[in-house]
Ligand binder design. Structure first.
Ligand code: KG4
Ligand code: ZN
Length: 335
């Protein structure tokens, strides 16, 4: 029975998971630093690194305790190698390399976005060819996969990631960081009342959200200057309609063009209820033969279970790293 321990520390979650070859999680521990970063309105890299140093030992111990196993029983140690904050990545990587060296286990360096995509395998099975829409705080990408662990980025954002746009709109609305979940809840009670520009709706698979973000900032400013009240629920609804509309349309178009069997939605913003619902409806009405897979909420935002899931695939493909592995804050998925 293959057993892999995985560590994720690319941003503000210190997480450790242990998985077996049947994709069953024997442990899944996530320690979030969000309450600290919220005080500053966003993630402070220096504080994140320090908290990872404080947390990693405790989280590791909890995971081993949960799984009730001995570290000698493991077959490999996996870790997020990038992209992410350099100081944060470094802590997880050093912990993983230490374990790999001390227990003489192979090391597997996992790309964070591969982890988000393979979160899907914790609850479903990937079918190829497949199209993944990756939507997180740092990424907005359409990724074509013709076989396991083979990624072709066919579209990306020219400027802001969709998660960043959500967080910015939330800030304009006076909501605490990270604002995505709060905008999600507000939008459910709102109406599309504000006229916002539809972001880059061309024939490419690329995205752009900075114009939309600026339009929201200007709208808030002008409304307040006129002494009028900005209805936050309606702002959230109007923003989601245009932002998510373009994500769904381009994903469907790319999936038809590439004749895929499955669409996977991955990353923190995949937790968004309107995106989940819109994607479901769009697939049912335009391409019902394509299977849609959206991971459950618990594995959409950063965790180590998804890293473990990708590592399991890499273990089977014998994609190991040596102990000279260093963290890669900017690494691209195809590299
Ligand atoms: O994948 P993730 O946890 O971290 C990165 O790899 O970036 O994604 C975090 C992002 C944040 O921008 C957060 O606001 C957004 O995901 N997010 C959401 C929702 N839940 C998390 N955005 C919209 N609706 C949600 N329900
Ligand atoms: Zn992430």
């Amino acid at each position: 029975m293959t057993l892999i321990l995985a560590i994720e520390s690319s941003c503000d979650e210190t997480a450790v998971a242990i998985i077996n070859e049947n994709h069953e999680l024997l442990a899944n521990v996530v320690s979030s630093q969000i309450d600290t970063h919220r005080l500053y309105g966003g993630v402070v890299p220096e504080i994140a690194s320090r908290l990872h140093v404080e947390n990693i030992g405790v989280v590791l111990e909890q995971a081993i305790e949960q799984a009730k196993l001995d570290l000698h029983d493991l077959d490999a140690i996996a870790v997020t190698k990038g992209p992410g904050l350099v100081g944060s990545l470094h802590v997880g990587l050093q912990a993983a390399k230490t374990l790999a060296l001390a227990y003489r286990k192979p090391l597997i360096g996992v790309h964070h976005i591969a982890g988000h995509i393979y979160a899907n395998n914790l609850v479903d099975r990937m079918e190829y060819p497949c199209m993944a829409l990756v939507v997180s705080g740092g990424h907005t990408e359409l990724v074509y996969m013709d076989r396991p662990m083979h990624f072709e980025v066919i579209g990306t954002t020219y400027d802001d990631a969709i998660g960043e746009a959500f967080d910015k709109v939330a800030r304009v609305a006076g909501l605490p960081y990270p604002g995505g979940p709060a905008i999600d809840r507000l939008a459910q009670k709102g109406e599309h009342r504000y006229d916002l520009p539809r972001p880059l709706h061309d024939k490419t698979y690329n995205f752009s959200f900075s114009g939309l973000k600026s339009a929201v900032i200007n709208l808030a400013h002008n409304t307040r200057q006129r002494g009028e009240t900005l209805v936050m629920e309606d702002l959230a609804r109007s923003f989601e309609d245009v932002a998510i509309g373009v994500l769904v349309d381009k994903t469907i178009q790319a999936s038809l063009d590439y004749k895929v069997k499955q669409i996977v939605v991955a990353g923190g913003v995949a937790a968004n209820s309107y995106l989940r619902e819109s994607m479901q409806k769009a697939v049912e009405s335009t391409c019902p033969d394509i299977r849609l897979s959206i991971p459950p909420l618990w594995c959409c935002t950063d965790n180590a279970a998804m890293i473990a899931s990708a590592a399991l695939e890499m273990y089977q493909l014998k994609q190991f790293s040596d102990l000279s592995l260093s963290c890669k804050p900017m690494i691209d998925l195809e590299g």
